[in-house]
Design a protein around this ligand. Structure first.
Ligand code: FDP
Length: 360
């Protein structure tokens, strides 16, 4: 990695170029994807900043005073990302949390060698109340032979990601990404419209400070999950209590814990037996960043990055953050979270049947 001093001003563009030079065989296409994502992030940030002013809140079916159909911000963010990528020639397909099916590159445009999976505006239930939201993305190499992207290209285990990241629209806008060479953070300087390197080589603190979990679901958690949460809260006398911080916007919760040390948990529960969060758009990219920063992510059975996806919108339980806290999950064997009739979760190199037996 190229070393930067605390005083050097490094734009995201320069940083990406410097990283690319470390790989003589690089064609620049992945770098292009990262620039395009930074650009899409700036455009979404602009919309998020003016959300309350521009009268773009509300349901997609609402009509504004001009008689135009209003669009929700997450729909707008989805369009921004799709338009930033579908004509660029770097991707052969996309998948979005907002769309049910694979997004193909329009006929007549060059098809590239990567696929992009993204959640255009995560935490969108927080938009109306001015709480931080984020965009999350994940990039894989195409593995099928044809020109167009196929489902197989999108359903790859997270371990094969070549890049992943997020853009947090908070008190400032930040982009954090990894290409497997550490996790790096850039803060948008709105006066010049550039993301500047502000957090090179992020390392998640080993000593965790925070626990992020929505314990309104406690009554629906199985006993091992409750016991794990008691451990995190220091209630079983085995450990100093963590402080609880829960925004309810995954990117914001993850980012705080990445910088301050902590664990974010969204366990499976009786009503959501496979959890709520999406493997491909949320868990995988954040797990890649967590590992690159020295942390971990598990679904309670094994690394998130080893899960072999079976469907685009697959959900997963998620425990992510500081290594020691995530490793604690192993001490509380969780019940099988696979709902009857749904395909079993498969971990690469490990049969689903090796998961701990049902315990509640
Ligand atoms: P949201 O429903 O607002 O879009 O995955 C979506 C997500 O937010 C995450 O950002 C967040 O961590 C989680 O759901 C919050 O869910 P709960 O309200 O069930 O806690």
């Amino acid at each position: 990695m190229v070393k930067h001093t605390a005083t050097s001003v490094v734009t995201i563009e320069r940083f990406i170029i410097e990283q690319e030079r470390l790989w003589p065989e690089a064609t620049g296409e992945l770098s292009g994807i990262l620039y395009d994502m930074a650009l899409a992030g700036k455009m979404i940030a602009n919309k998020v900043r003016s959300a309350g002013l521009a009268d773009i809140l509300g349901s997609t079916s609402d009509t504004n005073v001009q008689g135009e159909v209003q669009q929700k911000l997450d729909v707008i963010a989805n369009e921004i990302v799709v338009k930033a990528f579908d004509h660029g020639g770097r991707l052969c397909a996309m998948a979005s949390e907002e769309e049910p099916d694979i997004i193909q590159i329009p006929e007549g445009f060059r098809s590239g060698k990567y696929v992009l999976l993204f959640d255009p505006l995560d935490g969108s239930s927080n938009i109306d109340v001015n709480v931080p939201v984020g965009t999350i993305f994940s990039v894989f190499r195409k593995i099928t032979r044809g020109t167009r992207g196929e489902m197989e290209d999108l359903l790859q285990p997270g371990r094969r990601q070549v890049a992943a990241g997020y853009i947090l629209y908070g008190s400032s806008t930040m982009m954090v990404y990894t290409t497997g060479q550490g996790a790096h953070g850039f803060t948008l300087d709105p006066s010049i419209g550039e993301f500047l390197l502000s957090h090179p080589n992020i390392r998640i603190p080993e000593r965790a400070r925070y626990l992020s979990v929505n314990d309104a679901y406690e009554q629906d958690w199985p006993e091992p999950t409750r016991a794990l949460m008691r451990r995190y809260r220091g209630m079983d006398g085995q450990k100093k209590a963590l402080n609880v911080r829960y925004v309810g916007s995954l990117v914001a919760d993850f980012h705080r814990n990445l910088l301050g040390g902590g664990v974010f948990c969204y366990p499976a529960n009786e009503k959501a037996p496979r959890g709520k969060l999406r493997l491909l758009y949320e868990a995988n990219p954040l797990a890649f960043i967590a590992e690159q920063a020295g942390g971990l992510a598990t679904d309670g059975y094994g690394s998130i990055l080893d899960v072999e996806p079976t469907e685009l919108h697959q959900r997963t339980p998620l425990y992510i953050g500081s290594k020691a806290e995530v490793e604690l999950v192993n001490e509380f064997p969780l019940p099988k979270f696979v709902a009857p009739g749904l395909p079993e979760r498969r971990h690469a190199g490990r049969a689903a049947t090796s998961a701990p037996a049902a315990a509640g």
